[in-house]
Design a protein around this ligand. Structure first.
Ligand code: NAG
Length: 342
């Protein structure tokens, strides 16, 4: 039994590693080194008697049975190091990495990719902010990003995470976090542009302190709808209402952008509160970026089930602070998509 256990564990570990290596070039590299070592060093000596005993001998001698402990013990610290490193690499491989997915696009060194691509920090001081962008564009996709916002007095700062296409009639889907004075809540500003036309703002306060920890902000964009979620709770759905003449972004691939910049002429209480530069540099952190643009996945046909609809109503009732749909000063008649029932 123990023999089976040991081989099963090894086989499982190998499968996980091989699968994971398809997702991560770093791991693939690791794996190549590993197999070179595997061939040159007798790392799995305990396996060879198993292999030879499995086909012929009906009565394998006791010495061929290896427990899990006896498998680990004979490893030199060197071998153990590689084995551990591989297991760790396998775990980290499910998380994409900033080095392979994005470029720091501006800010002259104020944007930094750290921890082997696992963390990205943006900073802002009086002379400049900073930003990064995805290396490729996507036509539909689901993008998750964990963000920890500028703590303390962040008045006048704007931290963003959005998708945008090129040109003068661009499409865009926005998350913008407008900073505030210490103790006052951030405003999460959202908007959708199609062919250069936006005017679809919805704003929210959050039900947690977004500066204390990382939280996951996601954009799901498929041909039928755009769903913005915060920690898997939907805060906004923008449906494709082309059938009643409302434009929907669906022809132009978009790039992912993120930035930290200063907008104290409008961001905090409409520009009344200015940035306190004595607190600079301001810093926001990003991690666990996940980009899925393969159309044969769930997100491509995803809809809002009744649970998500209930969550959405909860957010809109308790945390929405602005909705273009109900702003009669701007839109004496409600925009068509606001009154359409589904
Ligand atoms: C800042 O705090 C004030 C007071 O609570 C609030 O009205 C406002 O929405 C907050 N956010 C911004 C970006 O001004």
């Amino acid at each position: 039994m123990e023999v089976l256990e040991t081989t099963a564990v090894i086989r499982l570990a190998c499968n996980v590693l091989i699968l994971a290596s398809f997702c991560s070039p770093t791991l693939f590299f690791f794996l190549v080194i590993y197999f070179m070592l595997f061939l040159s060093l007798p790392l799995y000596i305990p396996l060879s008697p198993l292999l030879s005993s499995s086909h012929s001998s009906p009565n394998p001698p006791q010495t061929h049975i290896h427990t899990y402990a006896s498998f680990i013990e004979p490893m030199s610290p060197f071998k153990l190091f590689f084995f551990t490193a591989l297991i760790l690499a396998a775990f980290s491989a499910s998380v994409a990495d900033f080095n392979s997915d994005v470029n720091v696009a501006w800010g002259n060194g104020r944007g930094k990719i750290l921890n082997n691509g696992q963390l990205l920090t943006l900073s802002l001081d009086k002379s400049s902010g900073s930003g990064f962008q995805s290396k490729t564009e996507y036509l539909f996709g689901k993008i998750d990003m964990q963000i920890k916002l500028v703590p303390g007095n962040s008045a006048g700062t704007v931290t963003t995470f959005y998708l945008k296409s090129e040109g003068s009639t661009w499409d865009e889907i926005d998350f913008e976090f407008l900073g505030n004075m210490s103790g006052d809540p951030y405003t999460l500003h959202t908007n959708v542009y199609t062919q250069g036309k936006g005017d679809k703002e919805q704003q929210f306060h959050l039900w947690f302190d977004p500066t204390a920890n990382f939280h996951t902000y996601s954009i799901l964009w498929n041909p039928q709808r755009i769903i913005l979620t915060v920690d898997d709770t939907p805060i906004r759905e923008f449906k494709n209402s082309e059938s009643i003449g409302v434009l929907f972004p669906k022809n132009k691939p978009m790039r992912m952008y993120a930035s930290l910049w200063n907008a104290d002429d409008w961001a905090t209480r409409g520009g009344l509160v200015k940035t306190d530069w004595s607190k600079a540099p301001f810093m926001a952190s990003y991690r666990n970026i996940k980009i899925d643009s393969k159309p044969n996945s769930n997100w491509y046909t995803q809809e809002m089930d009744s649970t998500s609809q209930a969550r959405l109503r909860w957010v809109q009732k308790n945390y929405m602070i602005y909705n273009y749909c109900t702003d009669r000063r701007r839109f004496p008649q409600a925009p068509k998509e606001c009154t359409a029932s589904s």
